[in-house]
Write a protein that binds this ligand. Structure first.
Ligand code: ATP
Ligand code: MG
Length: 419
C-alpha cells in the first residue's frame, strides 16, 4: 500500500489487518479511536476495543510535514524509521523504561506501541508540584545503559561505524542545529520573545562574543562528536511517569551525537522546572522552597547516578571482555585517570548543552509550558531572565564547574540574585 495519511476510520480498517493488534485487542468490530497528539510533529491515537476496553494501544503516524504548521513546513516522514529503531534499541536495553513496539510499518511511517495508561507527562506533573520517588534513579539508569551501549566503549569498532552510518537523521538534526544552537543566539525571525522580556537583555546576549563562541562550539560538538546513539530530544515532555514507573517516549530525533547531550537536556529542563516554581507553587498557595529543593536534588541524583552507572558498566564490560579501550594498561592509574577525565568531559559538554537548551527555550521558537503558561507577562519575564542568566553561566563556565553541586549552587544563586 502506498503511503496514506490515515484518519480515524481508515486507521480502524488498517488495524484489522495487523495480527499483533488483533491478538491484543480481541474483538475488532467496534473500536474506540481518539486522536490525542499534543505535540508539534505527529498524529498520536489511543485505540481500544469496546468489547475489551482495558486492552489498549497507541498508534503514532508521521506525516511528511510538521503537524503544527501543516504542509507549509515539509519534514521527512522517515523520522518514524529513526523513532522505531531507537525505541527498539533502547527498549532492548531498558525494557522497563521504553514503551514496547508492537508493530512498525515503514511504508506508512506508523508505529504501534504499548500504551502507558496510568502515566502522566513528567512536564505536566512537575508543573503541578508532584514528586516521583524513582525519577532520578530510573532516568540515570536509562541514560547510562543507552548511552554506554551505543558507544565505542561497548560496540566493536566496525559495528559502531556501521551504526553511525545507518542512523543518519539529517533533517531532524538540522532542526536541532538551527533551533537549539543557531537561531536563539542571533536576532532570527523564528525567535519568539515574550512581551515583557527586556530587549536590552536579549541584545546583550546576542552581542556577547564569548557566548556566541560557546554556542558555536556546542553546535560543532553536536554535529561532529558521533559518540553514541542519542534520544536527541530528551526534555521532560518526553518522559511519562507515575509513582513507580518511568518511561522515555518520542526518540524521533535519535542520531549519533555527544554523550553529554541527553543528560544536558534533562538537566536544563529540571532547571526550568526549578526556576518556574516561584510562580507555580505560589499560585498554589505553597512555599516554593521545599519543592525547589526536591527538583535540584533530582538534578544532582540524576547526574551522580548517571556517571556512577556509566563507569560501572564500563568497568564490568572491560572485566568481562578481558580487554580495555586504552589497551593493556600496565598501571591502574592511567586507566583511572582516563576514565575520570572522560566523565569530566561528558560533564562539561552536558553543562554546555544545558546552557543552550535554557537559552533556546527562552528566546527560540519552542517554549516550555512551565514558563510559557505563566499569564502575567512581568512574572514570566522575571523567570525568563533567570533561565537566560543560568544558561549563559553554564555555557561560559562549563569547563570551570567541577561537579554537579557547583552547578546546583549556580542555579540557586541565579534564582536569588535577580530581582
Ligand atoms: N506510548 C504512549 N502511551 C501513552 N501516551 C502516549 C504514548 N506515546 C505518546 N503518548 C501521548 O501522546 C503525546 C504526544 O506524543 P509524542 O510526544 O510522541 O508526539 P510528537 O508529535 O512526536 O510530539 P513532539 O512535538 O513533542 O515531538 C504525549 O505527550 C503523550 O501524552
Ligand atoms: Mg516528537
Amino acid at each position: 500500500m502506498d503511503f496514506t495519511s490515515l484518519n480515524i476510520s481508515t486507521l480502524a480498517n488498517y488495524l484489522r489487518t495487523v495480527p499483533s493488534v488483533t491478538a491484543l485487542l480481541g474483538d475488532m468490530d467496534a473500536l474506540d479511536i481518539v486522536e490525542v497528539g499534543d505535540g508539534n510533529l505527529n498524529y498520536v491515537y489511543f485505540v481500544s476495543s469496546q468489547a475489551n476496553p482495558r486492552a489498549s494501544l497507541v498508534v503514532k503516524q508521521a506525516l511528511p510535514y510538521m503537524r503544527l504548521v501543516g504542509e507549509g513546513w515539509p519534514l521527512t516522514r522517515h523520522r518514524s524509521d529513526r523513532e522505531a529503531h531507537a525505541l527498539r534499541q533502547f527498549g532492548a536495553l531498558c525494557p522497563q523504561h521504553v514503551p514496547q513496539v508492537l508493530h512498525f510499518d515503514s511504508a506508512q511511517s506508523l508505529i504501534i506501541m504499548q500504551r502507558l495508561s496510568h502515566h502522566q507527562n513528567l512536564r505536566k506533573g512537575l508543573i503541578q508540584g508532584l514528586r516521583y520517588p524513582f525519577l532520578a534513579q530510573h532516568l540515570s539508569g536509562y541514560l547510562a545503559r543507552t548511552l554506554f551501549h551505543g558507544s565505542d566503549l561497548y560496540l566493536g569498532a566496525d559495528a559502531k561505524k556501521q551504526a553511525v552510518a545507518q542512523t543518519i537523521n539529517g533533517e531532524l538534526c538540522k532542526i536541532t542545529e538551527d533551533l537549539v544552537f543557531t537561531c536563539p543566539f542571533e536576532d532570527h525571525a523564528s525567535n519568539v520573545y515574550s512581551p515583557a522580556l527586556p530587549r536590552t537583555e536579549i541584545e546583550r546576549l546576542h552581542n556577547n562574543p564569548a557566548l556566541r563562541v560557546a554556542a558555536a562550539q556546542m553546535k560543532w560538538a553536536f554535529m561532529n562528536q558521533t559518540e553514541t546513539l542519542l534520544h536527541g530530544d530528551l526534555h521532560t515532555g518526553s518522559v511519562m511517569v507515575n509513582q513507580t514507573d518511568t518511561y522515555v517516549i518520542d526518540p524521533e530525533f535519535a542520531c549519533y551525537g555527544p554523550l553529554g547531550f541527553d543528560p544536558g537536556l534533562l538537566l536544563a529542563n529540571l532547571f526550568t522546572a526549578y526556576l518556574s516554581q516561584d510562580w507555580h507553587r505560589l499560585q498554589a498557595g505553597e512555599d516554593p522552597a521545599p519543592y525547589q529543593d526536591w527538583l535540584l536534588a533530582q538534578a544532582g541524583d540524576l547526574w551522580r547516578g548517571f556517571s556512577e552507572s556509566f563507569l560501572r558498566l564500563w568497568q564490568e564490560h572491560e572485566d568481562q571482555a578481558g580487554a580495555g579501550f586504552m589497551g593493556c594498561a600496565r598501571d591502574a592509574s592511567s586507566q583511572t585517570l582516563f576514565r575520570q577525565q572522560f566523565v569530566r568531559r561528558i560533564f562539561s559538554d552536558a553543562l554546555g548543552f544545558a546552557g543552550c537548551e535554557l537559552i533556546r527555550r527562552t528566546l527560540g521558537l519552542a517554549k516550555v509550558a512551565e514558563v510559557a503558561s505563566i499569564p502575567d507577562p512581568q512574572a514570566r519575564a522575571a523567570i525568563e531572565l533567570r533561565t537566560l542568566s543560568l544558561g549563559e553561566a553554564l555555557l561560559l563556565q562549563r569547563h570551570h564547574i567541577i561537579n554537579i553541586d557547583q552547578a546546583l549552587d549556580l542555579a540557586r544563586q541565579t534564582r536569588r540574585s535577580l530581582p
